[in-house]
Design a protein around this ligand. Structure first.
Ligand SMILES: Cc1cc2nc3c(=O)[nH]c(=O)nc-3n(C[C@H](O)[C@H](O)[C@H](O)COP(=O)(O)OP(=O)(O)OC[C@H]3O[C@@H](n4cnc5c(N)ncnc54)[C@H](O)[C@@H]3O)c2cc1C
Ligand code: SF4
Length: 536
């Protein structure tokens, strides 16, 4: 099969790049490892989700084999989805722009590295990403960087618990603001408004944006995009000129096939993108493809997270909607980040155990059980903290030949540790949450164990120096002229904000760049070197 561009992965990054190219008349083949999840199945999926099943689980679980390692292992279970839409099928939909300072940690605080592009460079692309995902919000975040466009949808109103948090926070000098999210507060993009049914990891109405609904239909309707599902790319083949000539893939029958193209875009998520490059090594490229820097897989990051909860005397009416509506970015920006990370506070609308959890752990029956559930449920308030994790070379994705996947390829080994920088931030966050809860008169204040968010970042960092980075600011690899890596793998630092709006903005920008380069090289009529792109 032949295409102008071959995209690996149909998640946020791959789906958005494919649409950007298809709109400009470029023929794209997308190879997606997972299946297409029919929207008609969503209600059934929601039922399964409520029974604690994972409806997004891949039909080939052996594909997801991996090895966690290091002092604070990063567990991948429930943290990614294979399928058309990728992990946006079950994400929360929180869509924050990074702050301008997040791009300049080295210049401002003398740590990590600066990004090779600025907030101002990305701002117009953030605006387009918000339009296409349908972000509901209002510009009340005092710590947001300037924006050129209003939010496309009005915000979700504060919940009853947000109002309580707000009145406790004000005297403490802590400001709440609305949490921007890719979720329909009103009908938008042909999708229904949110029905407050509370199963957001499986949205049965389509009110929560996911790439299979927001981008893929439009991309396919152009007639320029063909998506091949359950097609796992096993290796990228390199020709004598050093460019990628084909993506070798297999479907569940394990028969290998190839797609040739002029340009290849790997958008397989931060872990699988690094893994595919490492798997694509050869005798000439012993450390893997696009890895002259030795940095493919290195600087893996996420957002270490804790929840702090407290018990109110009266009912606080949790679990009425499946998402949060208020947050504070005060401690993510106004802070000396030289020695401790930024952190974000999410004021949760659903904290504490659900009625069924209280029931099954009570050991009670009949009227006593009924009374126990009534007394215990609905009195916990919670604050979730996401903390910035510094890039550290030791945190890395590599290959583990002892644990192989469905196709017999080495699975990823993920080494993960959390250092003093992050732990100090989490201690500060717990202290801030404790102050808020004390002001609210809550008792029994508890802190959860440290977990990681489902955000996988780093592994193919962006930069201008081929010695210290894998891709350039257009997301083209330094080493291979027709290979792009799109997604949060390219992030230089993690900030404390969820990554996907930035993934989307960068994907739009990369799509635009690839289209321009293809047009330019077509104009020059360079049939002898069809896979080469212009530099720049
Ligand atoms: C529970 C949860 C909640 C989240 N909530 C938020 C949130 O509120 N806000 C936010 O910003 N982010 C959130 N995220 C993160 C967000 O989902 C991801 O950042 C985003 O979806 C990543 O997009 P991507 O396209 O880069 O990767 P993915 O979505 O992982 O897509 C990659 C695709 O590539 C495919 N693929 C992988 N390897 C191959 C291969 N070899 N061949 C072919 N195809 C391949 C995969 O099947 C997958 O479909 C959440 C994640 C989780 C797990
Ligand atoms: S609460 Fe809204 S966004 Fe969440 S699942 Fe229901 S309709 Fe979808």
């Amino acid at each position: 099969m032949d295409a102008e561009v071959c995209v690996v992965g149909a998640g946020a990054a791959g789906g958005i790049v494919a649409l950007e190219l298809a709109r400009r008349g470029i023929k794209v083949v997308v190879l997606e490892s997972g299946p297409r999840h029919d929207f008609g199945q969503r209600r059934e999926y929601a039922r399964r989700y409520l029974k604690h099943e994972n409806p997004w689980r891949t039909p080939l679980p052996e594909l997801d084999r991996y090895t966690p390692g290091g002092p604070t292992p990063y567990l991948l279970d429930w943290k990614r989805v294979r399928g058309v839409g990728g992990s946006t099928l079950h994400w929360e939909g929180y869509t924050l722009r990074l702050h301008a300072d997040d791009f300049r940690l080295r210049s401002l605080h003398g740590i990590a590295e600066d990004w090779p592009l600025s907030y101002q460079d990305l701002e117009p692309y953030y605006a387009r990403a918000e339009q296409s995902l349908g972000v509901a919000g209002t510009p009340d975040d005092p710590w947001a960087s300037p924006r050129s466009t209003p939010f496309p949808l009005p915000p979700f109103p504060y919940s009853t618990s947000d109002v309580r948090f707000d009145s406790a926070c004000r005297p403490l000098g802590i400001a709440l603001h609305h949490l921007p999210q890719a979720r329909n507060s009103v009908a938008y993009g042909g999708r229904a408004p949110c029905q407050a049914c509370s199963t957001c990891h499986v949205c049965p109405t389509g009110a929560k944006a996911s790439i299979d609904l927001t981008h893929v239909p439009e991309a396919e309707a152009t007639g320029n995009v063909r998506i091949i599902t359950e097609a796992t790319v096993l290796k990228l083949e390199v020709d004598s000129s050093g460019g990628v000539s084909a993506a070798r893939y297999a479907r569940p029958d394990k028969v290998e096939q190839r797609v040739t193209a002029r340009v290849f875009v790997v958008a397989a998520g931060a872990i699988e993108t690094a893994r595919l490059l490492l798997l694509s090594g050869s005798r000439d490229l012993p450390s893997g493809l696009a890895n002259r820097s030795g940095l493919v897989g290195k600087f893996f990051m996420s957002h270490p997270s804790i929840e702090v909860t407290g018990l109110a005397r009266d009912k606080v009416h949790p679990f009425r909607i499946g998402f949060s509506t208020a947050m504070s970015r005060q401690f993510a920006v106004e802070r000396d980040r030289a020695t401790r990370g930024a952190f974000m506070l999410e004021f949760m609308n659903s904290a504490g155990p659900t009625p069924e959890r209280i029931a099954v752990t009570s050991g009670k029956w009949g009227q006593a059980l009924r009374q126990h559930v009534q007394d215990d449920f609905g009195r916990r308030l919670g604050i979730r903290v996401y903390c910035e994790q510094l890039p550290d070379r030791i945190n890395a994705v590599s290959l583990n030949p002892r644990v192989t996947d469905y196709y017999g390829n080495p699975g990823p080994y993920i080494h993960s540790s959390v250092g003093r920088y992050e732990r100090r931030a989490l201690d500060d966050a717990r202290e801030v949450a404790g102050r808020i809860f004390s002001a609210m008169g809550l008792s029994d204040i508890r802190r959860s164990n440290l977990v990681f968010a489902g955000h996988q970042i780093g592994t193919c960092r962006m930069g201008t120096d081929p010695g210290t980075s894998v891709v350039d600011p257009n997301l083209k690899t330094h080493d291979v002229p027709n290979l792009y890596l799109v997604g949060s793998g390219c992030f230089v630092t993690a900030s404390s904000s969820p990554p996907t709006l930035t993934i989307a903005a960068l994907a739009i920008r990369a799509g635009e760049h690839i289209a321009t380069q293809l047009r330019r090289s077509a104009g020059k009529g360079d049939p002898e070197r069809p896979q080469r792109l212009e530099d720049g």
